[in-house]
Design a binder for this molecule. Sequence first.
Ligand code: HEC
Ligand code: HEC
Ligand code: HEC
Ligand code: HEC
Length: 334
Amino acid sequence: MKRLLMLGSMIFAAALFINADVSTAALKTGTVTDYTTGMAAGGISFSRHNLGSFGRVIRSGNTTEICVFCHTPHHTNTSMAPIWNRGNPTSTFTAYGPTIGGSTISTVGGPSLACLSCHDGVTTFDNIVNTPGKGGVTPGGVDRNWGFNMPVGNLFPGSDNVLLDAFHLAPSLNCVLYCHNAATKFDGELIASMVIGTDLTNDHPVSVAYGGGQKASLRDAATVISTIDLKGDLAASAATAYNNNLAQNRWAVKGFISDTATISDLLRDGNVECSSCHDPHFSNKSWDEVDETWLIAGPASTWCNSNEDCSDGLFLRRVGGNTGSGVCRTCHEK
Ligand code: HEC
Ligand code: HEC
Ligand code: HEC
Ligand code: HEC
């Protein structure tokens, strides 16, 4: 009996192992059908959101830790996101203002400031409050002045100290021309698109109450997302295009791919925030359209092998990304 049990648990362990293996592979190069319900919405380690030295894009030489750029277990800044390890953004933001539906957005909420504490194009990535290891903390959750340690010397592919990624740096560019220059800060085709900036009047409203049934053709917040028919109004080919993308509508919610989540699960304190549409941990390889447009020529080709490997699918929560404007039409019944 004992033997049988042992064998059973070995088979179980093997099944778990195989399962874990498949999941990782899917997360690296997945189609819609690879992201099954119940699977963890992960992949941060090989995504742009790993700024530690085992990361691949923009990374520091000063720590191998991944979570530390956003979370720490103790002495956290409680004003933005759970166990948050970043100081408040150093910028002043202009909120969206009035909407056609009659909402007025005058402040930016914590969950969105969390993202903007890197994506404002001003606050530095090393603005963290509890440094890795025994580096110390600043009480009150403000910037510890820890150093990101941007690379010095050779920044180009093929060298060990290419800490800033090969993805952005063409040989004609250097630190000053590329980033550390007030006039051209974060300039360059791709990096510029990553900077949302401090003026939020030109971005989809955030920190706005979800007025389901009242404003902007918004569906009821209790709607189960997977029941929304996204293909009905489209050409017949939409039923099967991009791996049956529009025939299903599963989103990453609470860290897992879900077919039972409602729109409410996307809201933070009843509001739409950056994290309503994006999950910063979910390197979502299932948006085939965006993968196809990702450039692998030039410096980028030194670190990613295929277009799909280059993209994080814009960290969108929807499996299949924004194919057929599936993200937009999940909330807006347009
Ligand atoms: C680039 C910033 C960033 C990094 C790096 C990061 N997180 Fe997060 N994390 C966030 C934000 C923002 C939220 C709040 C998201 C929301 O409102 O859904 C969050 C929420 C969470 C949550 C609760 C919600 C959920 O999705 O499960 C867990 C658990 C979590 N993070 C774990 C981790 C771990 C473990 C790591 C390191 C492996 C990590 N995070 C790295 C930004 C980050
Ligand atoms: C209503 C949903 C929604 C909200 C809210 C939202 N985003 Fe996005 N975001 C998207 C979609 C969809 C894309 C992909 C756009 C595309 O097709 O390139 C995107 C793209 C991006 C990109 C890549 C640049 C680009 O335009 O392609 C960044 C960076 C980004 N979002 C950050 C943020 C931040 C930071 C916030 C909060 C201030 C935020 N997003 C709020 C839906 C949203
Ligand atoms: C610790 C800093 C940091 C935080 C916090 C952070 N990001 Fe990022 N994010 C980055 C960096 C660095 C990149 C890569 C920029 C580049 O390639 O130029 C990136 C890339 C992205 C991209 C592009 C992914 C792709 O497929 O190319 C999106 C979308 C994005 N972030 C959204 C968010 C959202 C939404 C949040 C909050 C939930 C957030 N980020 C929080 C640092 C951060
Ligand atoms: C998580 C739900 C959600 C998603 C997803 C979403 N929206 Fe919205 N959208 C809202 C809310 C909430 C408002 C604010 C409505 C109001 O209060 O007037 C809004 C407002 C708008 C407005 C009107 C802004 C104004 O000034 O009146 C437009 C246009 C819009 N969204 C387009 C989009 C597009 C395009 C997408 C996909 C990229 C999208 N939305 C995805 C929730 C969402």
